[in-house]
Design a protein around this ligand. Sequence first.
Ligand code: SAM
Length: 436
Amino acid sequence: MLSYRHAFHAGNHADVLKHFVQVQLHQYMNQKDTAYTYIDTHSGAGVYALDSNFATKNAEFDTGIGPLWGRTDLPPALAEYVDLVKGMNPSGKMRYYPGSPWVADQMTRPEDRLRLFELHPADSKILADNFRKAEAHKAEQGERSRGRRVMIERGDGFMSMKALLPPPSRRALVLIDPPYEVKDDYRKVKDALEEALGRFPSGMFAVWYPVLQRMESRQFADRLKRLPAKEWLHVTLTVSTPGPDGFGLHSSGMFILNPPYTLEPLLREVMPYLVKVLGKDAGASFLIERGTQVTGAAAARVGASGTARQPVGNARRASPLSGTGSLRLPGQAMPTRDAGAKDAARPDGGPVAKPGAAKVNAAARAKRFSRPETERPDERFDPTRSPDAGKAPRARYADERPRVPGARPERAASARPASGRPVAGTGPARPARKRG
Ligand code: SAM
């Protein structure tokens, strides 16, 4: 099923969490001189126009990048992410939002490699066009492009990732960000990670997922904790109490295997701020947990050192780990989200969520989370009709020529436009679904 289009959700609170973390993972990878490979298993279109009919449909960016745009009190780590987005919008007006491939393109160095996979025919074409335009722009500026720095392929990211691991430099950052339209995506992520860790145990793997009532989502993080990675770090951002109708995405998480040691302190600094600025009601909260592989050996090692890992921030109360951190063993009972919310202290000192407020029927909620199939916005993004039309050369945007037959897989060498300006809007309309 390929009905999901990320253009409807670009810049929402889930993107903020994901891309803020992604920026920090690149920062860490960039600390060593050795080149690394960035693998994006589910790339999307790469760049999104926030004034397109897709993005304005529900204006989800109003729950994410919007409230951060004009802030002058951003924590420094969060400011790095917001500055990257602002770099795409030199007019000062919030018009473009970067997808994960664009974040990676901006954050990586000429010697690093980007391997981008996208299954949707329209989005994979737009993604390739974006990078092609960027390359052309770079050539116009007289910069020499690096031939195979970026490879874009229309294909299944789960399958394709395997073949790339381990990378020649033995350094890789992998982002796995499927739509979760179907519950099978949860299993596929876990299976793909299991295999990837077998091939490349030291790789850094970051997974985004929606925090929903459906069982696959509730159990997902616990399943990932049991994967054979040395360490993991788990962070969730909840912006509101789930509505009784079950519509909308109120919470999402990032689960990082083999995380950089630098990330947790940054999350402690940034997550309370995100809750304060993006939180909509008393249900807003965050969770940070970390741990080591949940095996007898790992547990004993933690126990022997006397330094049981603790959930941090409001996770100390809200986390199912309740202070036992990675010592929780597989199969140990996990409280419901409601139970966690009951005790959760707002990091900003605000009121706590009411117990039971989040109770909705899991099956009904999972169903309602999806957009109706009948929703078929049929207008294409047209940069000539946008308010900034004429300010940027049209050549910087993805064109919408019909797909060239036989152009699969699509490959493009990347170039970062010297100006850091965006190169694309987004493409043709298809029914979209929210993840879940
Ligand atoms: N990572 C992107 C970002 O942060 O900007 C957003 C990706 S979006 C949530 C998920 C994308 O995965 C969609 O564009 C969808 O078409 C694509 N997709 C779905 N199944 C896929 C698969 N098996 N392999 C590659 N891409 C897939």
